[in-house]
Design a protein around this ligand. Sequence first.
Ligand code: NAP
Ligand code: ZN
Ligand code: ZN
Length: 372
Amino acid sequence: MSSSTTPDVFKGWVAHNATSPLTFTTFNPKPFAETDIEVAISHCGICGTDIHTLRSGWGLSDYPCVVGHEIIGTVTRIGSGVGTLTSSPASRDIRVGDRVGIGAQSMACLRADCSACADGQENYCPRITGTYNSRYADKSKAHGGFATRWRGPAHFAFKIPDSLPSAEAAPLLCGGVTVFAPLRKYGAGPGKSIGIVGIGGLGHLGILFARALECNWVVAISRTSSKRKDAIEGLGADAFIATGEEKEWARTHSRSLDLIICTVDAPDMPLTQYLRLLKVDGTFVQVGAPEKPLPQLTAWSLIQKGVKVTGSNIGSPEDIRLMLQLAAERRVLPWIQKRPMEDVNAALADMDAGKARYRYVLTNETGKQAKL
Ligand SMILES: NC(=O)c1ccc[n+]([C@@H]2O[C@H](COP(=O)([O-])OP(=O)(O)OC[C@H]3O[C@@H](n4cnc5c(N)ncnc54)[C@H](OP(=O)(O)O)[C@@H]3O)[C@@H](O)[C@H]2O)c1
Ligand SMILES: [Zn+2]
Ligand SMILES: [Zn+2]
């Protein structure tokens, strides 16, 4: 049943090109489908991907564009087909008034003949629709969470456990699942030594989730020692490597890690040295997405220890549900700094300058924007 209707004009912080500040203005959401829901947005985290997209860092973005894909809000409208949704039994329970989250993916083809979708790996569907800078099958634009409302498929909306506060829950929807999914897939847990490279939004969540998964040894790998105290005393890392300050760090710590999750988003990272930290048969997972190619590797970096170098894209709906459950059970709460959504341009500049400790979350809490 459709509980209410809203106009096909939303308001949000719209990017018009790669250089101008965002402006608060109108935009058109996708046409409402009966498998969609609508959400009054209360919070949205700022992810590194928002910055790459706003400046067309990975190629020309599809302006006008509303970014933001760590969305939390309250359901205000439910399509008549949501209660019987065959693609996602978990989404059938979504009700008006529920608190839900939406991450970096808003749709996939969901076809039975799609090996990714049929296997529950919608995040690897070749016809994936991102939450912004992307198009639905009907060619309408997908718009994200720097706005007062979100409209999109219920399949990719997730109920937030009651024990997770909204502001802290927001970064879990992209940053959280992006590190949780490879930790889960590559066996992070008791007996395992894990390295997290780049202690930013994703990286600090990597430490928190590696701890929650009860890994034996968690190493924070950062360029300088400025985040050492936070990483060890606050986030729970066992050790810290400052790659820009410690001479011979790659030799000192060689063959010490089973798994490395690399969140670095700059192309000049010391990749060969990171691989030296892996044990025989170890796995290196790149999740950061630099705008230029990764450094070259010699074959010996791979041959000498049989290491695997791979990547990981956000997480599946199942990953998101398991991640939220673990976060609720083990109190995995990101370190956040709230910023009013109207300060979005300043918050983006601070994020780009590396000032976030460790995730900015934009708030619509005053309700001033939410009524629009
Ligand atoms: N794969 C996916 O599905 C997925 C999902 C979400 C985001 N991403 C991508 O992940 C990346 C990180 O996002 P984020 O939100 O975590 O950004 P972030 O908060 O800015 O963190 C990035 C971290 O990378 C490190 N870094 C930056 N420049 C570096 C350099 N030149 N050499 C080595 N390390 C450097 C910094 O850590 P230190 O200060 O500790 O060195 C920084 O805190 C972005 O590229 C984003 O697009 C990918
Ligand atoms: Zn993201
Ligand atoms: Zn598919």
